[in-house]
Write a protein that binds this ligand. Structure first.
Ligand code: C5P
Length: 215
């Protein structure tokens, strides 16, 4: 039996995984879920309620009642939203509250492309293709700085690099579903690649995984 094509794309902030995931979704005609937006939405909503990001109970309550149709909005793409996301993402109760929706997305008969930090390890461990996308902190900072500046945020490259280092450390060190490469994920370092080169490399990795899975 041919299994639905589920593609897990993990990696640190601004590694290019979102662009790669969107490209793969287009090529294969699959629905895509950017799971970072879930955590961003929770962080932003906690702050909007006047709550604290270290209040696990409040953050979990917000996560349970999240409106999944309202994820991709500009307020979730800001620097502050990324930082808030990473702080609420350390809470096991928040991760648990978001687990089922993500796993349901991965179970769709159409297949799916899902990107985040724990997709290949926790959300979709049986995905047919797993990519771990990375790039040097300096390259990622440059990319994120361009994106944030383009959105009208006033922030220096040095501040963005510092954000990235803090976020990498927090995401990798947490106990609950830390950022880590699954044993069977293929590493794709995009530091020296253009967007098109990275997209091509990702497609080759998925094609090889599909051939393997069809035996
Ligand atoms: O990918 P993005 O930068 O939008 O993610 C924001 C934050 O959400 C990450 O720094 C991470 O802490 C958290 N996250 C996570 N697990 C995921 C996706 C994102 O912990 N699957």
């Amino acid at each position: 039996m041919i299994r639905p094509l589920v593609i897990a794309v993990d990696g640190p902030a601004a590694s290019g995984k979102g662009t790669i995931a969107a490209g793969l979704a287009r090529v294969y005609g699959l629905p895509q879920l950017d799971t970072g937006l879930l955590y961003r939405a929770v962080g932003v909503a906690v702050l909007a309620k006047g709550g604290r990001l270290d209040d696990e109970g409040l953050a979990a309550q917000v996560a349970k009642t999240l409106d999944l149709t309202l994820l991709d909005i500009p307020a979730h793409r800001t620097r502050a939203a990324g930082e808030a996301a990473s702080q609420v993402a350390v809470h096991p109760a928040v991760r648990l509250a978001l687990l089922e929706a993500q796993q349901a997305f991965a179970r769709q008969p159409t297949g799916a492309v899902i990107d985040g930090r724990d997709i290949g390890t926790v959300i979709a461990p049986n995905a047919i293709a797993k990519l771990f996308v990375t790039a040097s902190p300096e390259v990622r900072a440059q990319r994120r700085w361009k994106q944030l500046s383009g959105q009208g945020e006033t922030v220096s490259l040095a501040e963005v690099l510092e954000d990235i280092r803090i976020r990498d450390a927090r995401d990798s060190a947490r106990d609950s579903a830390p950022l880590t490469r699954a044993d069977d994920a293929i590493l794709l370092d995009t530091s020296r690649m253009t967007i098109d080169e990275a997209a091509d490399a990702a497609r080759r990795i998925v094609e090889a995984a599909r051939i393997r899975s069809n035996g």
